[in-house]
Every structure is written in structure tokens, then in C-alpha cells.
Write a protein that binds this ligand. Structure first.
Ligand code: TMP
Length: 208
């Protein structure tokens, strides 16, 4: 089973994905946790290039191609083998982030991006995507207290477009997404994440 986490910056995805990893391991699941961009040596190298504050001249198409190069490597090297081995794969961001950030955020053509994503993923799509829902203003406030990278220094209007993009994607494919209110305590959010994952595991389990 392939589960991805999405949400705006500062929504607490990374904390929640680690809590879910611990929970699933304790319940006997074979879990592999990874992240985008990154998750392989090649992908982590690309991540450095993408986040480097010195790369302010990076063109939006260059950025898009780099995210998708890292993604192709991660899928072939890590995700497909893990899924074939029966693992539950948890990924901190996936292709929906490209549609939200490079498509809606940077205003590149969505249909072109979808063709590029299909090339990069070879058609692989998550079974379940958890959207950690937090108003962009709150996400920015949380992020400002944190370390900043090149992709963090966008204005509020950028993050509003990203959020609107996610909402459109969720409306187009409601069976894949679960929206979780990320404005509550860590424990409350974790409980809802667990519920959504358990429901999906039950739905996908072979019936006897
Ligand atoms: P992170 O902060 O969740 O690790 O993600 C790094 C940044 O990369 C975040 O600002 C979102 C951005 N991003 C994209 O713009 N497009 C993508 O395809 C991915 C995977 C991430």
C-alpha cells in the first residue's frame, strides 16, 4: 500500500508521518518511510540544488524537471521494490506537490505537468493521500520560526494558489484523498491519521 502526505509548508506533515510510521511498526506492519524531493543519494543531491538559497535564478521549468528527476529515481530505486515486497510505503510529498506548487503556485500549464508526471512516475499513483489542512497564513507563521530554504520564500498569494490547487485536486479525486484538520493538537491529528489509514488498510485487505 502506498500512502502519501500533502499539505502546505508548516502543516506538520513530517511530524505526523513519523508518528504514523511508529504506530504502524508497533502494529506489525513492514513500513518504508521516504520523502520528496530526496529519498535516494541522487534525489538528496537534487534536493540540495532545489533548496539552495544561492539558486535564485532557477527557472520554473528547471525546478519542475528537477523535482521529477528526483521522483523517477525514488520510484524505481525505492518505492516500486518496497511495494513489490508487500511493504506499506509512506512518502512525505509526491506528484500532487508538483501540480500544487509548480502548477497552481508557479502557474505552469497543468495538463503539460500531468504528462511530465506520468513520464516520471511510470503511472504509479498513491492508494491514499492525506491532506494536512492548515490556512496558508498559519503555515507561514509556523515556518518563519524555522530554518528557511529557497522554496520557503514565497509570498502569501503563492501559498493561497497552492491551497486552492490542492482543493481542486481533492474535489477531482475524492476517493483517494482524506482531508485532516491540522490546526489541532499533535495527538488529535495523529488519531485521525491512524483512523484514515486503518480504514484504507481494511478496504484493501483481501476478503476471506
Ligand atoms: P518539504 O518542506 O515538505 O520537505 O518540501 C520541500 C519544498 O518543496 C516545499 O516547499 C514544497 C516543495 N515541493 C515542490 O514545490 N514541488 C514538488 O514536487 C515537491 C515534492 C515539493
Amino acid at each position: 500500500m502506498f500512502i502519501t502526505f500533502e499539505g502546505s509548508d508548516g502543516s506538520g506533515k513530517s511530524t505526523q508521518i513519523h508518528l504514523l510510521e511508529d504506530y504502524l511498526r508497533k502494529n506489525g506492519q513492514d513500513v518504508q518511510l521516504t520523502r520528496e524531493p530526496g529519498g535516494t543519494d541522487i534525489g538528496e543531491g537534487i534536493r540540495q540544488v532545489l533548496l539552495d538559497m544561492a539558486h535564485e535564478k532557477m527557472h520554473a521549468r528547471t525546478e519542475t524537471l528537477l523535482f521529477n528527476a528526483a521522483r523517477a529515481q525514488l520510484i524505481e530505486q525505492e518505492i516500486r521494490p518496497a511495494l513489490s515486497g508487500g511493504k506499506v510505503v509512506l512518502c512525505d510529498r509526491f506528484a500532487d506537490s508538483t501540480v500544487a506548487y509548480q502548477g497552481y503556485g508557479r502557474e505552469q500549464d497543468i495538463e503539460e505537468l500531468k504528462r511530465l508526471i506520468s513520464f516520471a512516475t511510470g503511472g504509479l499513483s498513491p492508494d491514499l493521500t492525506l491532506y494536512l489542512d492548515l490556512p496558508p497564513e498559519e503555515g507561514i507563521r509556523r515556518k518563519l520560526a524555522d530554518y528557511q530554504n529557497r522554496l520557503d520564500v514565497q509570498g502569501l498569494s503563492f501559498y493561497r494558489r497552492v491551497e486552492a490547487g490542492y482543493r481542486e485536486m481533492i474535489a477531482q479525486e475524492p476517493q483517494r484523498w482524506v482531508v485532516i484538520n491540522a490546526g489541532r493538537s499533535l495527538e488529535e491529528v495523529h488519531q485521525e491519521v491512524v483512523r484514515a489509514v486503518q480504514d484504507k488498510l481494511t478496504a484493501l485487505a483481501p476478503s476471506r
